[in-house]
Design a protein around this ligand. Structure first.
Ligand code: ATP
Length: 144
């Protein structure tokens, strides 16, 4: 079982967004501990990401076993399962001081995450749409 070291980034949920993030961090030399509840998702990424495991992040026991509490940076990249996103985020927030990024897929989702105290909320499609608007308008310097 991969245990998160202090310097590792834990990525919970390895869908398109989480997997892309985990791959890029890995290629930058950052240790990534990836978690997804789907065995098929984990198997498909096994060769690319050295420390991934299949677990349900809403289970405190799974978070403890993975050493999530020891990691200084955690990304909750669960999207469409709102309850799983909120419960996982809430438990991680409760278990101590660390930097947390969480993905929101709707305004309501973002509102709840903000209420839980998450400072860094990302909505990939929203953010990308806004960035593309700047690209199209030709303000390349805004696209950073
Ligand atoms: P994307 O657009 O990034 O593909 P999405 O918004 O469709 O993502 P989901 O499919 O809801 O997001 O979640 C992304 C991943 O999170 C999925 O691979 C899913 O298996 C995983 N996931 C969902 N709930 C949990 C959970 N409780 N524990 C661990 N992983 C989870």
């Amino acid at each position: 079982t991969p245990m998160a070291e202090h310097g590792a980034v834990v990525v919970i949920g390895l869908g398109r967004f989480g997997a892309s993030l985990a791959r890029e961090l890995t290629s930058l030399g950052v240790d990534v501990v990836g978690i997804d509840r789907s065995e098929a998702v984990v198997e498909a990424l096994r060769d690319e990401l050295p420390f991934i495991t299949c677990a349900d992040a809403t289970q405190d026991a799974a978070l403890a076993e993975l050493g999530v509490a020891e990691a200084s940076r955690v990304v909750v990249a669960i999207g469409s399962d709102l309850a799983a996103s909120i419960l996982t985020t809430s438990r991680i927030m409760r278990s101590g001081h660390r930097r947390i990024w969480a993905k929101a897929i709707t305004e309501a989702h973002a509102e709840i995450l903000a209420q839980l105290g998450v400072k860094q909320i990302v909505n990939p499609e929203d953010d990308m749409g806004r960035r593309l608007a700047h690209l199209i308008r030709g303000h390349m310097s805004d696209f950073l």
